[in-house]
Design a binder for this molecule. Structure first.
Ligand code: ZN
Length: 414
């Protein structure tokens, strides 16, 4: 039970919800997916939410990647506050690339922790396990107050570490394959069961973009996915919770007419210009799950050698076909609210249908079974933001996906 009227988290004030406040992050949900499925009559509940609730577009965090956006939704603030600006961090002192999915990289408390400390009951279900530790940071798990588990490792969740013993058994659903639509379905099904039987004050459901990387909005497989989501959304909505449906980022085709990926290999360019290995290009999309995107996204950062003419490198990159935006660190920190100590000297963003790679030989394009779809840049920052209540709310660019719990709790306090 929450004992206060409001809870302050990272300098934002959230009203204490009177009914469960639910945020759903549909990974890679370009707004067109919803439009296509609704047009076919496959999402009656979401269609009704749009008509009788509040329907907006919001902007994601740049880089338009999964972890920065999920942590922004979890903290209510941009990466400059919480510190997570990608999956990878390059440490120039050691020359090492380090995964940024460890809790020690998180610089701000999540609103789950702050609500928990105020007495609230918290449930978080993720598709992939990579997000679970970050989202659950600071929670003390027990089956009464806090649960945070992933579909990916649902066979091995424990009461002590996840607040849920053997989640797959509890749900009555087999632990899904990591590359599957079922991984997301598990998240929705767990959300329905938690809301029905456990009544969390805050519930966060976050899926995987496996389907969106493979299929375009008009593809049957994508439509089936959103039809499945709507069935669970119907059940969540019927239980009286306030629900915000948003996304971590959009998704765009990034390939040429022949189906091969449209890539600018930035490390190869820098090697030509500055000498082999003099600059270091970092692709923060890189993670252990590369099968569906080949570590190719539309955002890169680069560390340049000392004494190099930065303006000249920026000008050359700007003149490269497919690159739409290049800026120095100071501008990137200000414009995208990024932590300056965790990005390189320059930031490079490619266009709607182009991705950035390091060196051609370092990307295993054979692993890509379908024409590449990916994200990361400005062309994937527009995401849906739909609430199942009528509520006074701005639209993009003012509205951000990380306002999800602000509006979910605001609606839940009415
Ligand atoms: Zn994502």
């Amino acid at each position: 039970m929450i004992i206060r009227d409001s809870i302050e988290v990272n300098e934002r004030v959230y009203p204490a919800p009177k009914v469960p406040a639910v945020a759903i992050c549909l990974d890679g949900c370009e707004p067109a997916y919803l439009d296509a499925a609704i047009a076919d009559g496959l999402m009656p509940t979401l269609k009704r939410m749009r008509e009788t609730g509040t329907d907006r577009l919001a902007h994601s965090v740049i880089p338009a990647f999964t972890n920065p956006n999920n942590l922004s939704i979890a903290t209510g603030r941009p990466p400059s506050v919480h510190g997570i600006c990608g999956n990878y961090l390059y440490e120039p002192e050691t020359g090492e690339e380090v995964m940024m999915n460890d809790v020690r990289f998180l610089r701000a408390p999540t609103l789950f922790k702050e609500f928990y400390d105020a007495g609230a009951r918290i449930a978080i279900v993720t598709a992939k396990d990579k997000l679970r530790a970050l989202l659950g940071a600071g929670l003390k798990f027990d089956e009464d107050r806090a649960k945070c588990f992933s579909a990916e490792k649902s066979d091995s969740s424990t009461a002590a570490e996840h607040g849920q013993e053997k989640a797959s058994q509890w749900l009555g659903m087999a632990q899904p394959e990591v590359y599957s639509a079922e991984l997301s379905e598990f998240v929705f099904a767990a959300g329905v069961k938690l809301l029905a039987e456990w009544k969390p004050d805050l519930l966060y459901l976050t899926t995987t973009d496996y389907v969106q990387h493979k299929f375009a909005p008009e593809d049957a497989e994508a439509k089936t996915f959103y039809e499945m989501f709507d069935r669970y959304l119907t059940q969540l909505d019927a239980m009286g919770a306030t629900i915000v449906v948003t996304a971590d980022h959009g998704m765009k085709p990034k390939h040429l007419a022949d189906g091969s990926p449209a890539v600018v290999y930035a490390q190869d360019l820098m090697d030509q210009w500055l000498g082999e290995g003099a600059a270091r290009v970092i692709l923060p999309i890189t993670d252990p799950y590369v099968v569906h995107h080949g570590a190719l996204g539309s955002f890169a950062t680069a560390y340049l050698p000392q004494g190099v003419d930065q303006a000249d490198i920026i000008a050359r990159l700007k003149a490269t076909a497919g690159i739409t935006l290049v800026m120095d660190k100071a501008e990137a920190v200000m414009r995208f609210e990024l932590p300056g100590d965790r990005i390189g000297d320059i930031v490079v963003i490619s266009g709607e249908n182009v991705v950035i790679g390091t060196s051609a030989h370092r990307h295993d394009l054979a692993a890509l079974k379908q024409p590449l779809r990916s994200h990361g840049g400005l062309s994937e920052q527009e995401v849906p933001f739909i609430v199942n209540r009528k509520i006074d709310m701005p639209s993009a660019p003012i509205l951000r996906n990380f306002d999800a719990f602000f509006y979910a709790t605001t609606a839940a306090a009415l």
